[in-house]
Design a protein around this ligand. Sequence first.
Ligand SMILES: Nc1ncnc2c1ncn2[C@@H]1O[C@H](COP(=O)(O)OP(=O)(O)OP(=O)(O)O)[C@@H](O)[C@H]1O
Length: 420
Amino acid sequence: MAATCYYATTSMSSYPSTNRFASVSRTGVISYPTPFNPYKLDAIFSSSLLSLSSKRRQPRKLKVKSAVAPVETTAEFDEMVSGTQRKYYMLGGKGGVGKTSCAASLAVKFANNGHPTLVVSTDPAHSLSDSFAQAILCLLLFPIDLTGGTLVPVEGPLSPLFALEINPEKAREEFRDVSKKNGGTGVKDFMDGMGLGMLADQLGELKLGELLDTPPPGLDEAIAISKVIQFLESQEYNMFTRIVFDTAPTGHTLRLLSLPDFLDASIGKILKLRQKISSATSAIKNVFGQEETRQDASDKLEKLRERMVKVRELFRDTNSTEFVIVTIPTVMAINESSRLRASLTKENVPVKRLIVNQILPPSASDCKFCAMKRKDQTRAIDMIRSDPELSSLLLVQAPLVDVEIRGVPALQFLGDMIWK
Ligand SMILES: Nc1ncnc2c1ncn2[C@@H]1O[C@H](COP(=O)(O)OP(=O)(O)OP(=O)(O)O)[C@@H](O)[C@H]1O
């Protein structure tokens, strides 16, 4: 069926041409986002904006033969932005679907709507720096980059926006050091030497060596998140009212969800064991003079356990946290999203929104490739509507744009299309 639409003719290579990408209502009327208005400063630094000089012309009427006709839903951004109490948004999904772009665009949108915001990447393969095109700014303006575990200001939004990339290796080392001191091979050797073989066997059961040498996937992220929570509790960071997490791909996230329970139990056992060792060997320890070090390690381990419990609680707190699933309109990605939702439900993690990213924009004249692709995407979107895990979620559609999303103006533009 033919539908009337407006088609803004601009050069394919110029960034603002993305305003051709529109949403299609049930009745087939296509509406376009508000005109793009980049910041001047960012325009200087962001390579994606070098071609801003091309002129935008007035839209003209065209007839469109076919287009993916998704049900028009909004992300209900009003609800996300309301209130000044702190809220956490975790964006996750299959690798490469656009988690970082969506997370960064949400962070920019929050900051532009009055929320001092922090966006954190806990994905071992960070791309937050790339997304903000911050490396360019770093070289010119800041002596630091996002990867150093330091909060980096992101220039452009109306309210403060900071970005942080956690170094998972460092976080893991911290855990390893603490655990080794308290229950790892050091203690085992010590106990063996003291003829406490039975307790040593119990340690063996915990497979502590394995845990420390080849940490379970998700451990890095759990520790990284717990560290973020830890420093957000300090007064210095009270100002942040929105925290956006760009999480690692699905598999990691799922393991992360069950990890706090596992670690909680393991660390709990280690601590109990530590108490047993303590009473059995107090006389010997006094001779060795190690009591203080061990107590210190015990305290650290206990703190780590508490932080893990907090991560678990945070993920499940409906009042302050939401997990947003990001996907693309392919059968494989949607199947994975469905499994992710099922696991999140099982773990009592609140999910309300599903972002379907990279939807082909409507076009007046599809080539064969585009027509096929569009059909494929329509089929995939239909799958969502009949999927028992996904159909109840708010389905938010994000168009595929013709340039890479890099830099604050680009993220703002994407954000204005997704977070409405
Ligand atoms: N709607 C979109 N239109 C065009 N390009 C997009 C869109 N969304 C994301 N991209 C591009 O796709 C690539 C991957 O995006 P992004 O890094 O956000 O994905 P990711 O899910 O975080 O990836 P990873 O799992 O590797 O961390 C980037 O080059 C990004 O610019």
